[in-house]
Design a protein around this ligand. Structure first.
Ligand code: CMP
Length: 198
């Protein structure tokens, strides 16, 4: 048992499709406590600083994208003009910057048992067409990485959730001031405390 906090963003497509309430509701229903919540229209600079700029990160994005293209039998070079993972990762980041800064997002901090791991499971695969039914991406969109890339844009996958507990700490600190985060007792705490005392 590890009660921790994680960061979730409802991306512009989620907000514009009126899915914010449904997405927040899923996390509430699972037992997460909302400890921070606000809306913002991130600047390009804020998005640039949010997503990593290391060759390691660019390389991973490029590698995953190429892997998907291989599965689909599509020539990635024809789409990106290169086979270089880092160059592909940098192109994806540019698309991400214009996507996330294009329209308001909802930023939230959720608290719960194994919060980072559980929210990632609930969100589903990055490529929505590969996301399981029952996950947010699997249930709410038919979008896919190859579709997005053929239009030279980031994949519109409704939500972002921190990759792990360490990333969650950094991302929470990036978007929230300590005074914007709240400690309080919710119904789950009361039930668990009551049963624990019985
Ligand atoms: P997110 O979980 O916010 O973190 C990295 C993001 O990069 C990911 O969601 C996708 O939105 C985006 N992304 C990753 N690979 C691609 C790709 N090949 N094309 C477009 N967007 C991508």
């Amino acid at each position: 048992m590890a009660v921790e906090r994680t960061f979730v963003m409802i991306k512009p497509d989620g907000v514009m499709r009126n899915l914010a309430g449904k997405v927040i509701g899923r996390f509430e229903q699972a037992g997460f406590k909302i400890v921070g919540l606000r809306m913002a229209k991130p600047t390009k600079e804020q998005v640039e600083g949010f997503y990593p700029s290391s060759d390691d990160w660019f390389g991973k994005i490029g590698e995953k994208t190429k892997h998907r293209y291989n599965q689909l039998g599509i020539d990635g070079k024809a789409v990106f003009g290169t086979n270089n993972n880092i160059t592909i990762g940098k192109m994806v980041k540019k698309w991400l910057i214009s996507y996330i800064s294009s329209s308001p997002v909802v930023l939230m901090v959720l608290e719960g048992n194994n919060a980072a791991e559980k929210t990632r499971k609930m969100v589903g695969n990055t490529d929505p067409i590969n996301a399981d039914t029952g996950t947010i991406r699997g249930d709410f969109t038919l979008e896919s990485v190859d579709w997005a890339n053929s239009d030279k844009r980031a994949v519109m996958n409704i939500v972002h959730a921190s990759g792990d507990s360490a990333e969650a700490k950094e991302e929470i600190a990036y978007w929230f001031k300590p005074a914007e985060l709240f400690d309080y007792e919710n119904a789950f705490d009361i039930i668990i405390n009551k049963l624990g005392d019985a």
